[in-house]
Design a binder for this molecule. Structure first.
Ligand SMILES: [Zn+2]
Ligand SMILES: [Zn+2]
Length: 339
């Protein structure tokens, strides 16, 4: 029965309203797009929604190799991470709680009594959200700056066709990196609050998700991976990641690929000099190399970061020396235009 639940994981996401892929968030995001694009579209609400759906899921898009791989990775990642949470006791909340315990044991205040005051709840919610965003920015920055991590992250960037399912076009190793860094930031943030202010308790949430993050799920999140050009400029563009921010990040233009690393907020990009506001023309060419965009096999996608040269080295050399030699080369490898 448990195994059956695992294989239903990709579908149960649709009705888990705390999941970014829930039907609720998709419908709300569609409504948001209709409102956002009201000046460039005519017709009734339904007619505009229909035009948007046809643009995002155009026939040539859903028949592409890129979309096929996105769907396979969506199913694969949903199942293996549901399995990891069930069998290995590994998930973001578990890792976050462990980090909290470890940091609180050092800083003290572990036994703080829950404070039910409104200011306290708002503070916990805000700190949790900012910590998650800072962790996401850092994990993403590491993916672009460390060649070993880029090897895994480039799968996400290789999609020449962008649909909301491209969000899950991720290598499992990359997902683990994000879980570890984001969880560590949120756990540490919570422990710091307890140690400094004695404030403890749950964040304000909707279906188990921090309310600020949940609002992003309902509005701009889905169209980050889509051809819909929805830019935020000026101060709003320095505060929030609009879909156009992330489309610049997926642009074929290499200079833009290393900008806009945040998830919901653009603030950390603005603070650390990686912000590129979408003030220019709409991005129309996505992906990295034409060859990378042609991959549609799950096996190929998962093993692409490991080259034949790595395997030969592993087979010919034995033990630790082979592994350390490969790791050294991976870290130093700055070929193929990777950063
Ligand atoms: Zn990236
Ligand atoms: Zn992306």
């Amino acid at each position: 029965m448990k195994d059956l639940t695992l294989f239903l994981a990709p579908f149960s996401r649709l009705v888990d309203f705390g999941d970014p892929f829930s039907v609720l968030s998709m419908v709300a995001a569609l409504f948001c797009a209709v409102v956002f694009l009201r000046h460039s579209m005519t017709g009734s609400l339904q007619a505009r929604a229909s035009v948007i759906i046809h643009k995002v899921f155009a026939t040539e898009s859903i028949e592409s190799r890129s979309f096929r791989l996105d769907l396979k990775l969506f199913v694969f990642n949903s199942v293996i991470f549901a399995a990891a949470a069930a069998w290995l006791n590994f998930s973001e909340p578990m890792w976050r709680a462990s980090t909290y315990d470890a940091v609180a044991a050092i800083l003290g205040g572990h036994e703080a009594v829950e404070n039910g005051a409104t200011w306290s709840k708002i503070l916990i919610t805000l700190v949790g959200f900012l910590a998650a965003e800072a962790g996401f920015w850092l994990a993403h920055w590491l993916c672009h700056e460390i060649p070993l991590f880029w090897r895994f992250h480039q799968l996400h960037h290789s999609a020449p066709v962008m649909t909301p399912f491209t969000a899950l076009r991720q290598h499992p190793i990359e997902i683990i990196l994000f879980i570890v860094v984001v969880g560590a930031f949120v756990g540490t943030g919570e422990a710091l609050l307890v140690a400094t202010l004695g404030t403890r308790g749950a964040a304000i949430d909707c279906f188990g998700v921090n309310v600020f993050l949940f609002l992003y799920f309902l509005t701009l999140q889905h169209f980050r991976h889509s051809p819909l050009w929805m830019p935020l400029q000026g101060w709003t563009g320095c505060l929030l990641q609009s879909p156009a921010h992330h489309q610049l990040h997926h642009s074929r233009a290499e200079a833009s690929q290393h900008s806009n690393l945040g998830f919901a907020l653009a603030t950390f990009d603005w603070l650390f000099g990686t912000l590129e506001l979408p003030t220019g023309k709409q991005v129309t060419a996505f992906g990295t190399t034409p060859e990378a965009g042609q991959i549609d096999g799950l096996w190929e996608a998962c093993f692409a970061p490991i080259t034949r040269k790595d395997l030969v080295e592993l087979i010919l050399c034995k033990g630790k020396s082979a592994l350390s030699s490969i790791l050294t080369r991976l870290v130093r490898d700055r070929t193929n235009g990777m950063r």
